[in-house]
Write a protein that binds this ligand. Structure first.
Ligand code: THU
Length: 143
């Protein structure tokens, strides 16, 4: 099996990273001040971007990854091949637990890449970030 790092062609990877960075500019994050951008590669080959959208009722804040994934699914995607998340920080931050679960729904084999304002980066398949995940198949196992 090839290492995860080689799974995405470099031009596509660069495009995903560029779109994740520019999506962060559209973040609505007046409460945390933490701008996050995400770009999702759908099974169709199209890229869908999103940013975190916060709310005065804090529990309703939506992460950038989920904004991008929901937008991809609403645009007609049925699967997700890769997710790139950008944070304007010195260290890369990987998706929160809720986002990992949502990625699993549409891309259990997705590649997840986190980038930031330095060369620091994280790169792992979703299966490594969310081992033994609960997913759609479990609901089919009811008696
Ligand atoms: N956030 C994301 O957009 N993605 C993550 O994976 C973690 C956190 C957002 C949610 C909230 O708007 C802000 O970052 C602070 O938690």
């Amino acid at each position: 099996m090839p290492p995860v790092l080689t799974l995405l062609p470099a031009p596509l990877r660069r495009q995903l990273e560029r779109l994740a960075r520019s999506a962060a500019k559209r973040s609505y994050s007046p409460y945390s001040g933490f701008r996050v951008g995400a770009a999702v590669l759908g099974g169709s080959g199209k890229i869908h971007a999103g940013a975190n959208v916060e709310n005065a009722s804090y529990g309703l804040c939506n992460c950038a990854e989920r904004t991008a994934i929901f937008s991809a699914i609403a645009a007609g995607e049925t699967s997700i091949a890769a997710v790139v998340v950008y944070t304007p920080t010195a260290k890369a931050s990987s998706p929160c637990g809720a986002c990992r679960q949502v990625i699993n729904e549409f891309g259990p084999g997705a590649l997840v890449i986190s980038i930031c304002n330095t060369q620091d980066r994280l790169e792992a398949p979703l299966s490594q970030l969310l081992p033994a995940a609960f997913g759609p198949a479990h609901l089919l196992r009811r008696k």
